[in-house]
Design a protein around this ligand. Sequence first.
Ligand code: NI
Length: 198
Amino acid sequence: MAILDIARMGHPILKGRAHEVTNFDDPELHTFIDDMKETMVHAGGVGLAAPQVYVPLRIVIFFVPEGRDGGAAVPMTVMINPVIKPVSDAMAEDWEGCLSVPYLTGVVPRWTQIKYSYQDVDGSLRERPAEGFHARVVQHETDHLDGVLYPMRMIDIATLSFTDAQDDDEVEDEKQEDEGGEATVEKTPASNAEEPAL
Ligand code: NI
């Protein structure tokens, strides 16, 4: 097992189309996937695509934490050669972050309901429905396989923010409370500073 370096926005590896995996018996494939898992956990992310660690193959790992958007948790999933189909035209906007776009966050529209198919580590074909955050993560990660980063999907670029700048707002709010301000005033969750990176 090894922790791999993560490519950042601007590197050519993140701009190309990654190749399909065809040989599922290659022991190096399984070692690499283990390294991806270790790297994602080490980086504190919830998703990682192979091009993000400089390997141009159509491999993604992700999980969905318990209680996210009120939805069910999804255990660590390895998706190879994933294909996404929207179930309806409905889209929703929400904040996203990305391990390849550190320190930043922005609002991105995504399909709210999808079906996706992929091959697992043994090459078996699987299909799942997904909605909400689960659907968002799958779309974000699969975009990485086609050279697309979330800022390229943003409609309102004005929402692109440094996560620690959003933290500053919260610090201000807390400071006011400390100074005898309206301690009972509820803070507006205007930021997503705690949003996990994809
Ligand atoms: Ni990402």
